[in-house]
Design a binder for this molecule. Structure first.
Ligand SMILES: [Zn+2]
Length: 167
């Protein structure tokens, strides 16, 4: 059993552990940075993690859920509940600054912040190239290898790149 207050579970500690769980399709991006982890409740030694899925049918939800449970088990928390919540829909604005940088380093253009795909179609048409940052780009295919990515072509680099779609 825990003896000192220093050993008490904290939300920050749980988040630190959960940083280890990556998006199955983007191994550099943690679920925390993706903004999928939307709540943590600690009740004694029992932990409830709330997750809000991103794109329907995008990264395997069951797999992410299991990874969250596994990581917390590994850190000594036996009683883990994962609750999938749709209360507040996920948007690409929930991706943290760290997550956006990780996407760029991975060669994926991060989704433009604060934009709404349905009101601003330019966002998809003029994605910023993750290599040179230029928006002199052309949308090649709104549906990339997965539902959450679109394919673009940079006129300056003369190379294609993928963008994590804004939502
Ligand atoms: Zn470029």
């Amino acid at each position: 059993m825990l003896s000192t207050p220093d050993d008490m579970l904290t939300t920050n500690q749980i988040i630190q552990w959960l940083e280890e769980v990556k998006d199955p399709e983007i191994p550099v991006l943690s679920l925390v940075d993706l903004g999928v982890i939307t709540g943590i409740e600690i009740n004694g030694q029992s932990v409830t993690v709330n997750m809000t899925p991103t794109f329907t049918g995008c990264p395997a939800l069951d797999m992410m859920k299991q990874d969250v449970i596994d990581v917390l088990h590994k850190n000594g928390i036996a009683d883990v509940n994962v609750v999938i919540s749709f209360k507040e829909p996920w948007t690409s604005d929930k991706i943290s600054e760290k997550g956006r940088n990780a996407l760029k380093q991975f060669g994926l253009a991060p989704p433009p912040a604060g934009k709404n795909l349905f009101t601003d179609i330019d966002v998809l048409e003029h994605a910023a190239c993750p290599r040179c940052g230029n928006t002199n780009t052309t949308l090649k295919n709104p549906f990339g290898p997965t539902l959450c990515r679109s394919i673009h072509y940079c006129e300056d680099c003369r190379e294609a790149f993928e963008q994590f779609k804004p939502l």
